[in-house]
Design a protein around this ligand. Structure first.
Ligand SMILES: *Cc1c(COP(=O)(O)O)cnc(C)c1O
Length: 369
């Protein structure tokens, strides 16, 4: 069966089942469960929820096999991953350009409990050089907001030789475009807040792994730390899943057109998009991704020019986050924390007609001082 068809049906009831295609969210903190609790499938809402169960089944299909565990947010998922893999004295290797909050957790919580943190850039597989003696290697490809790319399969091989576990933050690509478990990674971690669910209406995350013991440990972490997703969010996420192939196909096609347009404009100092043949990660991205993603980053040279551009857009919203059906853009340096230039704009291409997005961008470029 075509992968798009599998995704449309993932976790939904089968043709032979009666009732709704997808049951509504189950709101219950507790379940009638007399006597021996082990005799009951459902007992208490922090332990399990049928709305999670079908969503996790869908995520497992999306990730190309393996066990998925849903969390309250992408960061809850990242913290669970760290919690079940790292102990005092261990070393974790992180991308120097990884998501800011992840570096923050590493430099505060992890270092405070005696976990050593090594940073190396994503570009050129630089992390391979600092693997010796590590317990966990974390990758983020494409990285964010600079969209650098590393070779998952090659880094997995380097890590395996040294007994190092590999986790890939797959938020930017989503499992639709890239399946790290099938490339040999032990874990995928993702924020499902972004393109996977795509409607800018919820916060969720998940970890997936082919290792059943780690899957049990992640579920136990979720139960005991209380990092559980709400049933309403999970149901909304599942409702959004069948349109993932449609949404992302259009978003990626439009992003490629936008990158091409920007690359040809003299006002734009640099364009970062792994689908441009001039991008240093183009060949690797073409090999390990089925399309190049919905984000394009570009440098307008200065803070004032980037602000003028964002202010002149009439369709594209100025907002943080990415992957949603509505196009949005922001000047990344306004947050601090990322090593980016003052004029860098991260542009998340939505599902509007590409011509309208491109016209909006061209008009805003023309309006810059
Ligand atoms: C957004 C994001 C996260 C954190 O996810 P939340 O759902 O906001 O907690 C982690 N990693 C990457 C790459 C992200 O973009």
């Amino acid at each position: 069966m075509h992968r798009d068809t599998e995704i449309v049906h993932a976790g939904y009831r089968r043709k032979t089942d009666t009732g709704p295609f997808l049951a509504g969210p189950q709101f219950s903190s507790t379940y009638a469960s007399p006597g021996d609790p082990s005799a009951h499938a459902l007992t208490y809402g922090r332990f399990h929820n049928p709305t999670w169960t079908v969503w996790e089944e869908a995520l497992g299909i999306l990730e190309g096999g393996g066990h998925a565990v849903a969390f309250a947010s992408g960061m809850a998922a990242v913290n669970a991953l760290f919690g079940v893999t790292l102990k005092p004295g261990d070393t974790v290797v992180l991308p120097a350009d990884s998501y800011y909050a992840i570096r923050r957790v590493a430099s505060t919580w992890l270092e405070s409990i005696g976990v050593r943190v090594r940073l190396a850039s994503t570009r050129d597989n630089a992390q391979a050089s600092v693997l010796e003696g590590a317990r966990l290697l974390c990758l983020e490809t494409p990285s964010n907001p600079m969209l650098d790319v590393c070779d998952i399969r090659e880094l997995v091989a380097a890590a395996r030789d040294r007994g190092v576990l590999v986790a890939v933050d797959n938020t930017t690509a989503t499992a639709y475009l890239q399946q790290p478990l099938t490339l040999g990674a032990t874990f995928v971690v993702a924020s499902d807040t972004k393109a996977l669910t795509g409607h800018s209406d919820l916060i969720l995350g998940h970890v997936a792994t082919a290792d059943p013991a780690f899957a049990d440990a992640l579920r136990a972490w979720r139960t005991h730390h209380g990092a559980i997703p709400g049933p309403m969010e999970v149901w909304l996420a599942h409702r959004s899943l069948p349109t993932l192939p449609l949404r992302l196909s259009r978003q990626c096609a439009s992003a490629a057109r936008l990158a091409g347009l920007l690359a040809a404009r003299p006002e734009v100092a640099a364009v970062h998009y792994p689908g441009l043949s001039t991008h240093p990660g183009y060949a690797v991205a073409a090999r390990q991704m089925s399309a190049f993603g919905s984000i394009v980053s570009f440098d307008l040279g200065s803070r004032s020019r980037a602000e003028a551009f964002l202010g002149a857009l009439t369709l594209v919203r100025e907002a943080t986050s990415f992957g949603g059906v509505h196009s949005m853009a922001e000047r990344r340096a306004r947050w601090g924390g990322d090593a980016v230039s003052e004029g860098l704009v991260r542009f998340s291409v939505g599902c509007e007609a590409a011509d309208d997005i491109l016209h909006d961008v061209e008009a805003a470029l023309a309006a810059m001082p």
